[in-house]
Each structure stands twice: as C-alpha cells, then as structure tokens.
Design a protein around this ligand. Sequence first.
Ligand code: GLY
Length: 408
Amino acid sequence: MPNDMNNPIEITPAQRALFSSTLDEMARKVAQDEPTLGVEFPHVTSPDGAWVRQPASLSAGYTGDSWSHGNWLCGFWVGLLLASYQHTGESRFLLWARERMRLVAQRAEDPNTHDIGFIFDSSAIPGFDITGDAWYAGIALEAAGKLRARLVTTRAGAYLASWGPMNDPRGRCSSAIDTMANLSLLYWAANYSGDASYRLAARAHADISAKAFIRSDDSTYHAVEYDTVSGERRRGYTFQGAFDESAWSRGQGWAIYGYVNTARETGKREYLDLAERLATYYLKRLDGRQVPPWDFDATGADADIKDTAAAAVVSSALLELGRVHPDPAAGARWRTHGLAMLEALCRTEVASEPSQRGLLKNSCYSKPHNEGVDGATMFGDFFFAEALCRVMMPGRFRPLPAHPLAII
Ligand code: GLY
C-alpha cells in the first residue's frame, strides 16, 4: 500500500529528530538569506561559502558558439521558501515565495530551454498545491506549453530538444538525460488542464530516451545527438560528465527520477522496471557508499570529488519509487535505500558553519567547467528538501494523488 498521510514512512525517533533539525536548519538559513538577495537568486556557493547570485531573467542561449544555460536554478529558491513555510507554518515564507515567484514568472515565456521544467516544477506547482491560488497554476501552464513546444518528431518517435532556440540546428538535434526530470511539468499540466497532449509529449520523450540514452549495462549518456529525420542516435556524448562513455552520477539520478515519475503518471510497469534497472546500476557503482563521486568513472584525485546533489535527487526518487511500487517488499527495499541516503546526507554533509550559506556541502555542478565544485548548489538543496518533506510531511509539499493509478 502506498505511504500517505495516514500511512507514513516508518522512521526511528533518532531519524525523526535528525530530519526535523535539518529542516529547521534549512528554514533558518533561508530566512537569513532571503532579505539579502535583492532581485537576484542563489545559484552555487563560492569557496568562501557565500552564494553566487544571478537574476532570474538570465535566459539560456548561444552567444556565437558559446552556450549559456541561463539561470535555471531560480525556481528552486521559491521551492525552498515553500518547503520552509510547510515546515514552520510561518507566513513570512509564503509572502517571500509569492514575491520571488513574480520575479521568476517572466521565464515562463522562455522558449529556449528544457530547464523551464525545473524552474516551474519547483516553484509554481508547489505554490499552487500549497495555496490553491490559480495565479500559480496559470504560470505553470504557460511554462508547460513552452516545454511541449520543444518536441521534435522523427520517424522513430519524438523527443524534447533540451537546449537553445528550436530553429537553431545545434540545439534541435540534441537532448539531455536531465530532460527526464523536467517531464514532471508536463504530467502536472495534463492532470491540471485535462489536456492529454502534455502527457503524450512526455511519454514520447520517455520512450525514445529509453532507446537512445540507456546503454546495455543500464548506465546513461548525458546527451544524445539525434538524426532529426530518422530519430537514430548519431552519437552519445557528455557536457558535465568525465568523458562521453562515462557514467555521470547525477545524470543517472535524473534518469531514475524521471522514470519513477513516468511510471506513477502512466501506470505502466515498463517504466517502473526501467527505473529499477537504472537504480540497481547506481547502487552497484555506489559500492556501499551513500554519496557518489561526481562521475562513477572519474579517476585519480578527481574520483574523490563527490556530488551530494546526485545523492539528494536519487534519495528523493527512491523514496517515491518505494511509495508507488505495487510489490510491498520491493517498495520497502527501495525506501530503505532512499532513507539511508537521506540520513547520510543529514549526518555528514549538512553545512553547519555560519559562513556556509548552502545546506548541502560537496555538491558538484560541473567539474569539466570547474563551476560549483565542492560547494552547495541550489538544485542539491532543493532535492534534499524534497526528500526530507517526502518523509516528514508526506503529501504537504508534493501532493499524493487521491486516486493513484495502479502500476500494472
Ligand atoms: N543541467 C542539470 C544538471 O546540471 O544536472
């Protein structure tokens, strides 16, 4: 039986105290930092522990040949404000979330990036779920339309192009494994509006990605370049991993997260099986650790660089896999893994020094670009908070469907 508000995940009193004090720490840091940000948003921390900040307005795009992801992290701050509201009940967090949402809302018009899913699934959707205010839902729906418009239809199926204007051939032929985690926005839009085309687009993307991204050993490519006519994979490559054939740990996490959500939203067992295979590969490469290296195939000193954000994403995904799994014993096994990862993050990776403004230490945004290595990242903190909320307040940050689809 899925866990819900009446059937919560069983944890020990020590775990409850640990998770609760970590949420306290999150709310405390967020409340201290919010009044210091002006119109900018936290991105990654610099070596001194301070947030590097960016305006929400920074769109993705090319300047000549150089690509910028833009500010795809701004929505996560709104999400942390909302999680802090749910944890503390203090109305100031809700007021801040609304003000921040106004600054982020303009990005719902951004046609240049799949990250529009991350931006609004972490902000407008929980904003709507928590307040019931249709203003949030309208913003999320506009964003979902932009994501759906990134669909490229080929003879072998359709995929969502991840990066850049759709009329730019460099971006049009490429997709990233991260996009699997962006599908949540489309599933929400289908459920909210009753327009199944959002779900069809998400499912088409999940199907072609299963063929193009997943290697025979169940590891994943970070990115794939497609033949836009035949839909064949021209090449698999990486942007943030160690090398093209390596197993970038966060990419594996995005894949697990995306296929768990796809199983829940479609009720199809094939996606659950795929999520389990991807998670089994991840656990095998963890080899008893709870936090992965930034890339499972990194060598030398680089192999010691961790990615707590990957651990947070996978913890959240495995807790959800445990909840939706139709086999209670298998569900319990995945939940145990998700909880163990979450507990390890709380015990060893929370930044308690006052100068460290992020929540999770040792996140790794991009080792190849030497950006956000060894500090906190806004997405790491968000998925950590999401996992904590799944355990400590089920249904209050991510709602539990009243009539869940049976996965068959
Ligand atoms: N672009 C998503 C990530 O850095 O994982």
